[in-house]
Design a binder for this molecule. Structure first.
Ligand code: ADP
Ligand code: MG
Length: 352
């Protein structure tokens, strides 16, 4: 289509009225064809201008949102000119979960893609188990690959110890490699057989303290500063503190790994009418739209020693809590992951 326009522009001086009419109708045919494709896909597409006002929306976007996009968009707080991914719950005309992805298009415009993920979120245990076979195979081969390195390191250091039984460094390496093996196995088991959260009322801020304590040495080592911004009082949520601590651990570890030495992580805790949220912001490498599209899928890792399991496990834990994880990022500008957990009053209302 671009080439076509270039061609027309080059020869426009030579085109007479008859030719122009012909070219014009070719263009309108092409446009009608593209528009037809956009209107017949089941995913919703919207183009927003720099003020967030929809310039264009396909039929699916209106159907999925249940009302005119311009009426509901202001309430959705869509990030403009940024890559992002989040889930929302729509209660009208019927209860559904939508995944919203944004892509910056240049010129201040934003492309928004809406997909109905209700079926995915409400998949029965049985279906999940049936689909899990391939995932288990992938997980197992990942583990087999992962344990190779620590086992090699242990075997090497045991040989050193054989020569020199008092070599403190080798003992320390063996210990830390064994810890790593333990971590790999725990991750594997958790991915394989997630345990239901043991929910109790509490504050999502409590597990954060323990988590920061665990990561303290690593953060100091990398000269990464962490600031926590939270109000004095927070509404309660139903949570499993140990599982939530693991989610925080995964997100902070990723932030740490995305930054150079001396970076900073900002953690903001707060609440709105529906949820209590915990947001983790880093000023690290950020991600492009392609990376964001595949986020939360197992084995997607950009790291040499990564497992690509951290986000998948974290999302599952948060979903088991009735919550969700949103992400916003731009290459070179850093990333924000936001965990949202429903306030207890809201859970009770939802169950009535
Ligand atoms: P792993 O950390 O083992 O790679 P994860 O599931 O935790 O697995 O993360 C998957 C991928 O998502 C990472 O490899 C990285 O490319 C990307 N990612 C996650 N968090 C961030 C972040 N804060 N900044 C930039 N990229 C991130
Ligand atoms: Mg990780």
């Amino acid at each position: 289509m671009k080439d076509f326009f270039k061609g027309v522009r080059k020869h426009i001086g030579k085109l007479d009225a008859e030719h122009l009419r012909e070219q014009y109708s070719l263009v309108t045919d092409e446009l009608a064809f593209s528009e037809m494709i956009f209107h017949t896909t089941s995913d919703g597409y919207l183009v927003l201008n720099e003020a967030g006002v929809p310039k264009w929306a396909n039929h699916a976007a209106e159907r999925l949102l249940g009302m005119k996009p311009e009426d509901i968009l202001p309430t959705l707080d869509i990030p403009l000119s940024k890559s992002s991914k989040r889930e929302i719950e729509i209660s009208y005309p019927d209860r559904r979960f939508l995944e919203i992805q944004t892509y910056p298009m240049g010129g201040g415009e934003t492309l928004v893609k809406l997909a109905d993920i209700t079926a995915n979120r409400e998949k029965s245990e049985e279906e999940l188990r049936a689909g899990a076979t391939q995932a288990v195979r992938d997980l197992a081969s990942g583990v087999a690959h992962e344990i190779g390195n620590p086992l090699n390191a242990i075997s090497l250091n045991l040989q050193i110890l054989e020569q020199n039984p008092s070599d403190k460094e080798s003992i320390a390496i063996c210990k830390s490699e064994i810890k790593r093996l333990d971590g790999i196995l725990k991750g594997f088991l958790q991915a394989l057989k997630p345990s239901r959260p043991n929910l109790m009322p509490g504050s999502p801020a409590a597990p954060l303290k323990d988590c920061l304590e665990t990561l303290k040495a690593q953060l100091e080592d990398r000269r990464i500063t962490v600031s926590v911004d939270m109000p004095g009082a927070l509404p309660s949520v139903a949570l499993d503190p140990a599982q939530m601590e693991q989610v925080y651990f995964n997100l902070i570890k990723n932030a740490l790994e995305a930054m150079k030495d001396g970076g900073s992580i900002g953690i903001t805790i707060g609440s709105d009418d529906n949820d209590v949220f915990v947001a983790f912001h880093d000023d690290g490498a950020g991600m492009n739209a392609e990376q964001i599209a595949h986020l939360f899928e197992p084995y997607r890792t950009s790291k040499e020693h990564g497992t690509g399991l951290g986000l998948m496990i974290s999302q599952r834990i948060v979903r088991d809590h009735g919550g969700r994880i949103d992400v916003e990022s731009a290459p070179g500008e850093g990333t924000t992951f936001t965990i949202r957990l429903p306030r207890i009053e809201r859970r009770v209302r939802a169950l009535k």
